[in-house]
Design a protein around this ligand. Structure first.
Ligand code: FNR
Length: 369
């Protein structure tokens, strides 16, 4: 029997993921001045050891003020490269494709680590914790909510600086050995803030029409694609919809994906929400898969990834087998169960290779064939 498509390789440019189950980017709030730590080595390696086809390293700040919290990873200086290179090279020993998500927190930056949510009145980090209240900026001077710092409106000069910072960080990501770069244009962070009419009220070339609101991301894509080696894939994570009337809609996502397919973006990683507290999200298993399916079907030359509440092998396999997406990104289930790839194979009754050292732990019962 041929393996189900979920466990078949996917080649993008010069790199081949050995299966379609990928680790979604997750901030771990464990960096110091942007530097990776031993935690990151253990954390990311465990997924590589246990068979993930691709691991996307968490949102990494392209500037110090581009971090989400003071504890987020960074690639704004060359000194950050070496620590990441060690992690990537170790992960490569397990045959995993390794990506990094480059981001800028914009108006949602300078917040506390997720671990502290619920312990404070506000999500703002303090100066003692390393906050940058005076450097929180976005397309417009509108706060996400009263729990966040109010951003300053970016000048055209600042826009250029941030764009160059994405390009420089992509060069460093390449030097660190990452195979894939993903731009974080989702969840209400800077690049998405430009896309959505709810957060972008600019009246210059970077606001107003669809063409103007997408200019920031398109120019970043052009700059990054130019410095990224031809054989390395470029992904974009997008909030497919704001889930708010009058906001960014799936139709906008499709229109943008068509443009970016011609700019050398290989895959749209289709998430949603995060830019406006009025959002109403219809949470259910695989609730965002529909967006990946639309992108896959309507945008020629663009692959798509599905993410969100994909928590077992059955759902994962159904998404891929019925061509609803090219790959799945899994976040929280990998935190519960770093062996998600191996246990999904077991659940589906499929024999895949286990790490040699762990072979004696392979589950033997309940195999369908
Ligand atoms: C996330 N998520 C996320 N998304 C992203 O694009 N960049 C990031 O750095 C993070 N950070 C992050 C941290 C933690 C602890 C969680 C739980 C989530 C969102 C994540 O990648 C994913 O899109 C959602 O969690 C939905 O997928 P699951 O968890 O239902 O599989």
């Amino acid at each position: 029997d041929p393996l189900p498509k979920l466990f078949q390789p996917l080649k993008i440019r010069g790199y081949t993921a050995k299966n379609r189950i990928w680790v979604s980017p997750m901030c771990m709030y464990s960096a110091k001045d942007g530097f990776s730590t031993n935690f990151h080595m253990s954390h990311y390696s465990q997924f590589a050891m246990r068979g993930a086809g691709l691991v996307m390293v968490e949102a990494t700040g392209v500037l110090p003020e581009g971090r989400i919290s003071p504890n987020c990873l960074g690639l704004w200086k060359d000194e950050h490269i070496d620590g990441l290179r060690e992690i990537v090279s170790h992960m490569h020993e397990y045959g995993t494709v390794v990506g990094i998500q480059l981001g800028h927190g914009g108006r949602k930056g300078s917040t506390i680590p997720l671990q502290l949510y619920g312990t404070r009145d506000s999500l703002r980090s303090t100066i003692e914790e390393g906050a940058w209240p005076d450097k929180v900026y976005g397309p417009s001077a509108i706060a996400y909510d009263e729990s966040h710092y109010t951003p300053k409106e970016m000048s055209l000069e600042q826009i250029k600086i941030v764009q160059q910072a994405f390009v420089d960080a992509a060069v460093r990501a390449d030097k660190a050995g990452f195979d894939v770069v993903e731009l974080h244009s989702a969840h209400g962070y800077l690049l998405f803030e430009f896309l959505s009419p709810l957060s972008n009220k600019r009246t210059d070339d970077y606001g107003g029409s669809f063409e103007n609101r997408t200019r920031m991301l398109i120019e970043v894509v052009r700059g990054v694609r130019q410095v990224l080696p031809e054989n390395k894939p470029l992904f974009v994570r997008i909030s497919s919809t704001d889930w708010v009337d009058g906001g960014w809609e799936i139709e906008d996502t499709i229109r943008l994906a068509k443009i970016l397919a011609n700019e050398g973006v290989d895959l749209f990683d289709c998430s949603s929400a995060g830019n406006d507290p009025r959002q109403e999200i219809p949470l259910a298993p695989g609730y965002q898969v529909q967006f990946a399916t639309k992108v896959k079907n309507e945008v020629s030359g663009m692959l798509s990834g599905a993410v969100g509440l994909i928590t077992n092998g059955k759902i994962a396999s159904e998404v891929i087998e019925s061509d609803k997406a090219d790959a799945i990104f899994v976040a929280r289930e990998f935190l519960r169960n770093p062996s998600f790839v191996l246990s999904s194979a077991h659940e589906l009754g499929i024999n895949i290779k286990w790490p040699n050292q762990y072979e004696r732990g392979r589950l033997k019962t309940n195999l369908h064939h």
